[in-house]
Design a protein around this ligand. Structure first.
Ligand SMILES: [Zn+2]
Length: 288
């Protein structure tokens, strides 16, 4: 809202006080360990799985166990992924990703650990990124470890399943799409062209552990950071929550930007309830 007085406009922005506090936090703690989640990518058109209370907004995603054990589950996953990938693969970074890339450029970021699998931090120019849950733009053979680009795999899926190319559906956070009531038994999923092994997106599924060396690398960065900044994550998943717990244990203050409840609310020194991009932009201007 804007008030006019003395011929000048004064703008009163409700997020300004919170962003000023966050800017103070950035000045006080010059090397940040940043953890981002789905909330930072929603403005790029990738929807969040969780509601404001941290509960599921939709059916929980496929588990690793179901994916490797059942051919129909795999067919359903890839059929939905064939549809979802088009939107997911063309998503572009938003102002929140750009703000974090700028903070890294200014030397303020020790490491940026993301729970997202969309690659949007790198697309925005961040390089100190640890993709905690992997990247959806690669497909991996579970037998020979060969990796192929998701884009090439997409072309093969479409060539083998021409009827499915015409379908469109709601995109989900992991590039999946909702296709309730479809018959997936006729969907043709290719095996590894080299060894015939099972192909899986190179992301950590629910029920699967984050590779140990990836976790250790993140902990090592956290150990030398001054503070932790959480952006757009409810921290409901342990793989992200453990870093907040470790920061708290090590006496490092934690600030968070998130809409709604998180699992670590009682660990935060500062919490800003607001839009990630809006808050980060105002904060970065104030902290510059
Ligand atoms: Zn193979």
């Amino acid at each position: 809202m804007t008030f006019m007085f003395d011929g000048r406009a004064a703008t009163f922005d409700p997020i300004a006080p919170a962003s000023a506090a966050l800017a103070d936090f950035l000045r006080a703690y010059p090397r940040l360990f940043v953890l981002t989640g789905a909330g930072i990518s929603t403005a790029s058109g990738i929807p969040d799985y969780r509601d404001l209370d941290g509960g599921w907004k939709r059916r929980p995603p496929v588990t690793y166990q179901a994916f490797v054990a059942d051919g129909v589950t795999r067919a359903r996953y890839w059929a939905r992924s064939l549809i979802g990938w088009r939107r997911f693969g063309s998503a572009r970074p938003n102002a929140a990703h750009a703000a974090l890339a700028r903070l890294e450029n200014e030397g303020r970021i020790e490491a940026l650990v993301t729970q997202n699998v969309d690659g949007l931090h790198q697309a925005a120019g961040s390089s100190a990124v640890i993709d905690l849950h992997g990247r959806l733009d690669e497909v991996r053979c579970l037998q020979c470890e060969r990796r192929i680009p998701r884009e090439a795999f997409q072309r093969e899926l479409e060539a083998r399943n021409p009827a499915w190319r015409e379908l469109d559906a709601l995109a989900a956070p992991d590039g999946d799409a909702d296709l309730d009531g479809m018959d997936f038994t006729s969907f043709d999923v290719p095996a590894c062209a080299v060894c015939g092994g099972m192909l899986k997106p190179d992301v950590v599924f629910f029920g699967e552990n984050v590779p140990r060396e990836r976790v250790e690398k993140a902990y090592a960065h956290l150990a030398v950071a001054d503070a932790m900044l959480v952006v757009g994550s409810s921290l409901m998943v342990y793989s992200g929550f453990r870093f907040a717990r470790e920061a708290a244990r090590a006496g490092k203050p934690i600030a968070a930007i998130n809409r709604g409840r998180t699992r670590a609310d009682d660990l935060f020194a500062l919490k800003v309830e607001g839009d990630c991009a809006e808050v980060l932009q105002v904060t970065c201007q104030a902290a510059a």
